[in-house]
Structure formats: C-alpha cells, structure tokens
Design a binder for this molecule. Sequence first.
Ligand code: PLP
Length: 390
Amino acid sequence: MGIYLDHAATTYTDERVLEAMLPYFKDVFGNASSAHGYGQEAERGVGIARQQVADAIGAKRDEVYFTSGGTESDNWAIKGAAEAAKKGHIVTSAVEHHAVLDTCKYLETRGFDVTYLPADGSGLISADSVAGAIRDDTVLVSIMFANNEVGTLMPIREIGQIARARGVLFHTDAVQAIGHVPIDVDALGIDMLSLSAHKFYGPKGAGALYIRHGTGIAKFMHGGAQEKDMRASTLNTPGIVGLGAAIELAAAEREQNNAHEAVLAKRLRDGLLALPMTKLNGHETSRLPGNVNITFRGIEGEALMIHLDLEGIAVSTGSACTSGSTSPSYVLLAMGLSTVDARAAIRFTVGRGNTAQDIDTVIEKTKNVAERLREISPLFAQYKGDKKYV
Ligand code: PLP
C-alpha cells in the first residue's frame, strides 16, 4: 500500500473498534427498540456507546443523539434550532464545512437572515467578530471547532461565553476536533455539538449530535419514536457501538496520538517549507496537530495531487467533498489568498499510522514532482526572480 496523508477526509477503522462492532452485525442483531431479549441486548450496546460519547465531551448520557454522521448532525442542529425559533438571524462563518454553509444558505431561502463572518489570514474567526454580529433577533451562533482544510482552532470558549451572555444558542461542528482537543461542553458553553466517527478511526455513517437539556430544537427525522422521538429510524447498532468504542479510545489515547502526529507534521512542514516558493496556510500554532496545508507557488495543486497519487501518496487539495471541482478552495479564498495561491495549495493530514519514513518519502517525492511541474509551468516562469515570492 501507499502512504496515506488524508486523515482529515477519513480514517481507517481501528482494529479494536471493528472487534467491538462485529457481534452487532450477526449475534446481537436485534432492533434496539424491540422489547424482547434480542432488542434489549442491542439496546445495552447502544446505552454503553451513548455513555462513552457523553463521557468524551462532558455531557449527560441523555443529551447524546445518534445520527448518520457530521452532515446530518449539522443539518439537524441548524435547521432544528431555526424551526423552533420560527424566524430570526444566524451567525456563522465563511470557512465552515458545506454541511453548515449550505444549510444556512437554505435557511436564507426560508426567510432567515445569516451573517457569514470573514476569517483572518490564518483562518481564525475572532470572538469579537461574533460578539459584533449578534443582534437582538439572533437565534443561533454556529462556528466550527477546527477547520477541516487548514486545521485552525477557533476560540470556542470565548465564543461560548459571548453566546451565553447574549442568550443565544451556540452550535459547534467539532467533526475535525474530536480526538485531538479535550472538549467539555459545559466549560466551553456549547449547546449543540456535531461529531462523526469516521474522522477518529470509527466507522463511516455513524455520528452524534449533543443537545444540551432545555435547548429549543425541532425533531429532524419523522417516523418512529427512536432517540426520544427526536430522530426516527432503526438505530445503526454496529455503527453506534463502533462510534462509542472509537471515541473512548480517541479520548484515552489523545495525548500520545497528538504527540506522534505533531512530531511528524513538524518534520513534514519543515521539509516542505524548505522547498523554494512555498508557504504555510493556516495558523502558525493554533492548529490541529496533524494538519499541514502548503501553497506551492507556480504549481496547480490538482496536478501535484494527481502526480503524488501516481506515486502512491494520498493527499488532497481541499475538503474531500469539494475535491473533484476545479474551483479553488473557498476556505483559502475567505482567508484572503489570491486565486492562484489558493489553487496551488495541498492539504497533508498526518495520522497515527504514519511513520517518519513515510514523511521523508513524501518530502522527497513532493520535491521531485514539484520541480518537474515547475519546469513546465508558465506560472512559475513569471514568479522566478520575484523576490517577494522566494
Ligand atoms: N464537518 C466537517 C468540519 C467535516 O470535515 C466533515 C467531513 O468532511 C463534515 C462536517 C461531514 O461529516 P460526514 O462526512 O460525517 O457527513
């Protein structure tokens, strides 16, 4: 196999997580809502997973609702809060994932007013800008915990305090942060939090939404009475059990995984920034430990990504949901990068299975591919000799 450096897109399922899930496909196959023994046994697994999620974020067990992933959790939090409020204003940011942005855009067509706060050059949304945007009719603030493209960590505690003081609900998309950042929803003033198992070595198609007791939110899926009659559909018991096991492991092993990723990411970052005409995107220090996002001036990121893929190295040009489109990353543009610099960016995301040897190979191969691409790049010919780019 090649070298996988796209852990922000998704991760493999940890062997221990898979082990925990396996019985729920066959032996413990009951419907967790059924009253008989088969159902009760499945429900026990779900109950344990609910507690595991609650423990990982400092929540109460009955404040955790299982969903199909980050996208559903974001949709539910935002549309659910909007529907409960009936009308009003929402504050979010221009660098959110599409699951938040497109939901907000949809709500604009339903009469809601939305403010998309700009990020600064490092991808940061300041707490002051959130405070300045809140109006008397603001019903929700939704700001992500960590950005999926550049890894920048947002000032969640400050934003939580501001939202609380102004009596506004605060939702955070913590899909990229879980497993990397210690999270306590009470200490951080979070009312709703989205998470997704496949980002922290759990299965795909399993997520959760934390909803603080007393939060005004409409139900999302209509049908059966599952999840306290708030989210219908037969529970995905293997996925839920896997989510629970994965989040418990992620919390228990967080420091050691972060330290491993940080060492490798630094090695990668230093090695790549030593190449000519490169620049780091995102915050210098306040970022996810495994994220290295670099602009290689004079190169099309897409071309670099494809050439690295041919060498067996998996990286990305933006979020997985938008790659395949030829437009430059809206996140990088919102941070003030020029279109050419945004097009020249590559996201490398290190994971716990990577080794120093992987990183050295990636630096070497990237150097070779970048040199080859620059030799044939008319864009690079323009940059050459321009001191401001060296
Ligand atoms: N939010 C963020 C920040 C993400 O990075 C992602 C996945 O890329 C999502 C939401 C969507 O999560 P899911 O793939 O579980 O629907």
